[in-house]
Ligand binder design. Structure first.
Ligand code: NDP
Length: 474
């Protein structure tokens, strides 16, 4: 835990220039589990200078060398798998079974698909014109990640940077620094040259901004709120950096009356509440065909009330707490707002679940009698809160679904596959999950509209970290 007070710069754990620190609190029992250092502009500059020095040689490494390094990274990640899962269990309250099967699994899953994608990537292409296209690393990358899927987000940014020959500085969320520390140890053990990967903890307003504004950083990759994504974009614009963003969502889930309602509604509720609702692509707006609306309300209520909430240290498929007090207050305020806006509570509501008064636990909550103009239907709540709205026909469903500033994901439940594809093609989102179809590692992930720019994962995830050079006259 002493390493939490240090940063990883130029291949070693160093003392920060800043002497500011922050307590790291377990969200399930409010115990202090560590103290993390919060860096400043000088710490960022040290990391950038180290990444700059390393770029000269690392950017020239052969693909084969980088694949071999990634294979070492995979072997060590698999060995440290349990450490990653336990870190996320402790720092963000992810229930241990899910911390293993989803949160830590992402570290290995993304790595495997990036190794495959790198093998496939063409770094030199001869065009019909005789010109040659070269794909080259974009440069020094600033990577900013949030607390809700800490290792998943680190893997989606750090691995493609390392795979393409870039060097990088990672600023994870200071609320979840444990998993980032374990991940840094994994990279250290894999033997990457000094300066290729650097870790600086700190707050978005100082370390994050210093990265976005730094003249020697070439690219910023950010995951978090749309609010902070706008700040990163503005700060980066002064130095014309490439910016990729994975931001918020308010994903619609369209349920047609020909769906297998028992199965699909239960799945929909569980998917919305998974990770205690702290997922950017959670299906949080349930749009239901009028003819099955009443039946769906009954199944939804029953399914939400069957969700177990509990101690993250226990095995099982229960959900855990929200990650901290800020998020708890934010979710409570939104539930309160929904009631004031005139929506009806189908189940859940304000306050903590019985017997779980100590940590940041909340009740899975469902609203009905909701209009798409209400704030609870438009804003990302980032907790286990669902809104249900009826629709009359396919066109109205599509129109409500698209009436959102976001465009990350959508979900469709129907037994008519042609209808599923017809509807999907009209949704302005980066991914459509049909009848429970889940995300697969390597498939591009990202959003339309205010949900972001760029795609993470697989070959497209590598391309974001590459520049294109044209050679004429050879
Ligand atoms: P933020 O977007 O503020 O935080 C995410 C990361 O960005 C953190 O590391 C944060 O650091 C950093 N950051 C914040 N401001 C800046 C900035 N100006 N420049 C650079 N980096 C910055 O999210 P919150 O944690 O405040 O959560 C707020 C809401 O955002 C949630 O309720 C949810 O709706 C949404 N969210 C969406 C996520 C997604 O996956 N799309 C992930 C997390 C949140 P610091 O913690 O110091 O502010």
């Amino acid at each position: 835990m002493e390493k939490l007070k240090k940063f990883f710069i130029n291949g070693t754990w160093v003392n920060p220039r800043s002497d500011e620190t922050m307590a790291v609190i377990s969200p399930s029992d409010l115990r202090q589990i560590g103290t993390v250092s919060l860096g400043n502009e000088q710490d960022v500059n040290d990391a950038v200078q180290s990444a700059k020095k390393a770029f000269t040689s690392f950017s020239k490494t052969k693909k084969k060398e980088r694949i071999d390094l990634l294979k070492d990274l995979k072997r060590i990640t698999e060995r440290r798998f349990e450490d990653l899962a336990q870190a996320m269990r402790e720092e963000m309250g992810a229930p241990i079974s899910m911390a293993r099967s989803a949160q830590a699994d992402a570290a290995v899953g993304h790595l495997e698909s990036f190794i495959g994608a790198l093998a496939e990537l063409k770094e030199r292409t001869l065009l019909d014109s005789g010109d040659i296209l070269l794909k080259e690393p974009v440069g020094i990358c600033g990577l900013i990640t949030p607390w809700n899927w800490p290792v998943n987000q680190i893997a989606l940014k750090v691995i493609p940077a390392l795979a393409t020959g870039c060097t990088c500085i990672l600023k994870p969320s200071e609320y979840t620094p444990l998993s980032a520390m374990v991940y840094t140890e994994i990279i250290e053990e894999a033997g990457y040259p000094a300066g290729v990967f650097n870790l600086v903890n700190g707050v978005g307003d100082t370390v994050g901004r210093a990265m976005s504004k730094h003249p020697e950083i070439d690219m910023m990759s950010f995951t978090g709120s749309t609010r902070a994504g706008i700040m990163v974009t503005k700060d980066s614009s002064e130095t014309i950096k490439r910016v990729t963003l994975e931001l918020g969502g308010k994903s619609p889930n369209i349920v047609f009356s020909d769906a297998n309602l028992e199965r699909d509604i239960k799945y929909s509720i569980n998917e919305c509440m998974f990770n205690t609702g702290q997922s950017c692509d959670a299906p949080t707006r349930l749009l239901v065909e009028h003819s099955c609306y009443e039946e769906v309300l009954k199944i939804a209520k029953k399914s939400a009330e069957e969700i177990l909430i509990g101690d993250p240290t226990k095995e099982g498929d229960h959900i855990g707490p929200l990650f901290d007090k800020i998020q708890f207050d934010r979710v409570q305020n939104m539930i309160d707002l929904g009631i004031k806006e005139g929506a009806s509570v189908l189940t859940g509501g304000l306050g903590k679940p019985h017997g779980l008064e100590k940590g940041w636990f909340v009740k899975p909550t469902i609203f009905y009698n909701v209009r798409n103009t209400m704030r609870i239907a438009r804003e990302e709540i980032f907790g286990p809160v669902l809104v249900i709205m009826p629709f009359k026909n396919e066109q109205e469903a599509i129109s409500i679904a698209n009436d959102s500033p976001y465009g990350l994901a959508a979900y469709v439940q129907t037994s008519d596959i042609k209808k599923a594809e017809r509807v999907s093609s009209q949704l302005r989102v980066g991914a459509v999950h049909i009848n429970g179809g889940g995300y697969n590692y390597g498939t591009p992930f990202g959003g339309y509209k205010q949900s972001g720019n760029g795609r993470e994962g697989g070959l497209m995830g590598l391309e974001d970290y590459l520049e294109t050079k044209s050679l004429h006259g050879l």
